[in-house]
Structures are given as C-alpha cells and as structure tokens.
Write a protein that binds this ligand. Structure first.
Ligand code: PYC
Length: 309
C-alpha cells in the first residue's frame, strides 16, 4: 500500500495513494459507508500503532463521482470515519500538489459530507472552504464530576464540538495531560447528561478556548481518539466562528487567527450560509514528511494494528 504522509500545522495526515480496498462506484458518501461497514480491519491497519497513531487521520483517495472534482477523499482515524477534516483536507491538497495532480488555483474535492473547494496558494499553503457551520445550543451548563460546573456551546463545523472558556489551565504544551483529562471528563458528562448533536450525534470533540498573544484565541482540542489536535482544528474553529457570528462578535469577511496548543495558526474568514449558518474558509500550511510502502507480513501479529481503548 502506497502512502504519502504530511503534517498540517503539526497534525499528521496519511494519504493512501494506492492499495486501498475496492469500494465500488457511486457517490463518495456511499463508498465511505462501505469502507466503515466492510473494511474496518483495513482502516485499523493503516491508522493504529505500530504503523500509525491516535493523532493520525488517514485520507483514502478514490475516484470522484462528480466530474469537476480533482479527487474523492474519505477520512478516518482510529475511532472510525470522519465526515470532514480541516487539517487532512489541507494535507490532501498539498499531497495532490506534490503528486503533480493539482497546481496553484481553485479545485474541488468530493468528501462524504459534500463537495468542498480548495485553493492551492503554493507548495505548502492552501485554503479550504468548509461545509455550512452552525451553533445548535448556547450556554449549556454541565456539572462535571471531578471538575465542577462548566458552561459552553454545542456547534457543528463538519464534526460536533463542545466549546468552553471555563478551564483553569493555561493552554500550553506542559498542560496537555490535565487538559486531556478534563476534556475527557467533559465529553463523558455531555453524554451522561443527555447532550448530543443533531439527530442524537455523539459530541466527540471538546474545545478549551482562551485569549492569547499574537492571535485572536488559542485552543486545546480533544479529538475522538482521546488524542489532542496539534493544529488549530479546521472543523473546530469553523464551529467557533459559527458561535462568534451568531453572537455578533465577528463580521462576515473579517479574519480570525486561531492558534493551537502548540502555537501553530490558521487564518479563517466566513460568508453567510444558505441555511442560517456560515461557510468558513480555513487557510493553513502543510509539509510532506514521508513517502512509503506499508507492509503487512502474514506472520505479523499486529498487521491489523494494536487495539486501542
Ligand atoms: O482539522 O478539522 C480538523 C480536525 C479534526 C480532527 C483533527 N483535525
């Protein structure tokens, strides 16, 4: 299996260029369902240790069903499929450029949640136009055992997020352990107290937000695997912008600079969406880190990856 690895502002992406399973034809959304239903061992083998890690998002390249798209792409991590992923879309754009499949300018990718636009600015910088993002609930009050009362918003940016400004730790790398523990407690409290996204969806990402120097805000983002996002999280910052827009705190067209817990940044703007939400554009940088063939020897007891909690 041929893969190209990259990182987007610190967060890793593995694009599967060849050697993936046959998912048939049709819309990428249908083939993503087929991947999740019928090929879980394949996905685990690519993203789990010892070949991958809990931080890794894989992007399986498939032929698009829409003729104007440069590629179809299905994202997954150690927990399962992701409908959309900001950092992996930027990583995929830079990888497609590295492969000579796209040049500087505008392109489209077909993802399971719809067609997203990408603009390649250079070999290392791209913008992606995300799906319509919106806030579902404002000022949700949670009693979090072991942490106390925490208030935050529930919002969609291509994934579901709970966004709070209430955590007492500085959002710096030395606090990643307590921030991870606290956001895991919050995610459990959301579930225990009956909070969900639209149609009962699991709120699988939690964001702690704080002011900072050199950007509009800094974040720590808990991902579904229990890992944290090294990048400022494209879908998460899209969800945040939807909340800021709904509160009248950020105008359409204004730039928001979002810093991650490791200090990397994205620049975002938005326009109004057709359904009352916003359409964010996320600009960030990515670099190729490896081009490799993954090997799966029949005698390898961990060919399908090490099961994670
Ligand atoms: O950039 O949207 C994102 C993302 C989600 C999970 C990890 N990165």
């Amino acid at each position: 299996m041929r893969v190209i690895d990259s990182h987007t502002e610190g967060e890793p992406t593995r694009v599967i260029v060849s050697g993936g399973p046959d998912l048939g034809s049709g819309a990428v959304a249908l083939r993503a369902e087929c991947l999740a239903r019928d090929h879980a061992p394949f996905c685990a083998s690519v993203v789990r240790e010892p070949r991958g890690s809990a931080a890794l998002v894989a992007a399986l390249l498939v032929a698009p069903s829409q003729p104007d798209c440069a590629a179809g792409v299905i994202y997954f991590n150690t927990v399962g499929n992701l409908g959309m992923c900001g950092h992996a879309s930027i990583g995929t754009a830079i990888t497609l450029a590295h492969m000579g499949r796209i040049g500087v300018g505008m392109h489209k990718l077909e993802t399971p949640v719809g067609v997203v636009s990408i603009e390649l600015h250079s070999d290392h910088e791209a913008s992606i136009t995300n799906v319509e993002s919106y806030r579902l609930h404002k000022d949700v009050r949670l009693d979090v055992p072991g942490l106390g009362q925490v208030t935050g918003d529930i919002a969609w940016g291509g994934n579901w997020f709970f966004i709070t400004r209430d955590l007492p730790w500085a959002l710096h790398p030395e606090n990643i352990r307590p921030l991870t523990d606290a956001t895991l407690l919050i995610r459990q409290a959301l579930q225990d107290q009956g909070w969900s996204g639209a149609n009962g969806a699991w709120i699988d990402h939690v964001i702690a937000l704080a002011p900072c120097k050199g950007a509009d805000a800094r974040n720590f983002v808990l991902c579904p695997s229990g890992s944290y996002d090294r990048s400022p999280c494209g879908t998460g910052t899209s969800a945040l912008l939807a909340c800021l827009a709904a509160d009248g705190q950020l105008d359409a067209g204004a730039t928001w600079v979002q810093q991650s817990v490791i200090g990397s940044t994205y620049r975002l703007t938005y326009v109004a969406g057709a359904n009352g939400g916003i359409i964010p554009t996320i600009r960030g940088r990515a670099w190729i880190t490896a081009k490799a063939d993954l090997h799966f020897a029949p005698s390898d007891p961990y060919a399908a990856g090490i099961p994670v909690a």
